[in-house]
Design a protein around this ligand. Structure first.
Ligand SMILES: [Fe+2]
Length: 208
């Protein structure tokens, strides 16, 4: 199943946009088994050029994420185990200067929780192994506390599920189960002035 989290923290069904596979792959006579990372990246660039709306981008990227997951067994085994102190590890698969796309393989130890944060860019997360609980938040400012947030729900994402986030979506991750989770994470161009870590007790938002 595929999901998208909006700027108000609502988690909705994602209606995918199916695009034709690039002609070059077909002309080489390749089968779906050979959907390699570099082709995925090329397709991603085509999508980013074709769509300017974040929701459309996520909807078009989602089926390609699934194809990559299905065909690329090397994704199942991150090179780096999660750091026992941090509780996670990030393996960057692609990050190029002056091209606004980051592709990461991320692993979390069971029970580890992230800070409450937004990403200030679109994001697509595909769960490869394990389950993660997303606690979802919404901004609910008052005169006294302009950065106040309130919890609006939870969404557990498990193996094979894909979830997209719009730039202002606020979430907190908790790795569930008894084994490390593995996910493939994609992000667009981060607006670092709009990426915050939130404190729901003191009602603060700090740039990170
Ligand atoms: Fe996140």
């Amino acid at each position: 199943m595929n999901w998208i989290v909006t700027s108000t923290g609502s988690c909705e069904n994602l209606h995918e946009i199916q695009l034709e596979r690039p002609t070059i792959a077909r002309s080489l006579g390749e089968s779906a088994e050979s959907y390699r990372l570099y082709r995925f990246l090329t397709d991603l660039e085509d999508i980013l050029l074709k769509f300017s709306c974040d929701r459309d981008r996520i909807a078009a990227i989602s089926p390609l994420m699934r194809l990559l997951l299905t065909d690329s067994y090397w994704l199942q085994v991150p090179e780096e185990a999660a750091d026992p102190e941090l509780g996670w590890a990030v393996q960057t698969l692609y990050d190029e200067p002056f091209f606004d796309l980051t592709v990461q393989l991320v692993t979390w130890l069971p029970g580890t929780k992230s800070e409450i944060h937004n990403h200030a860019t679109w994001g697509v997360i595909a769960m490869i192994s394990g389950s993660e609980k997303n606690t979802l938040w919404q901004r609910s400012p008052t005169l006294e506390y302009p950065d106040r947030i309130i919890s609006v729900g939870e969404k557990v994402i498990s193996d094979g599920e894909i979830i997209g986030f719009l730039p202002e979506a606020i979430h907190q991750i908790e790795a569930l189960g008894d084994r490390p989770t593995i996910s493939l994470n994609l992000y667009g161009k981060t607006d670092y002035d709009a990426r915050f870590e939130f404190d729901p007790i003191n009602h603060t938002a700090v740039i990170y």
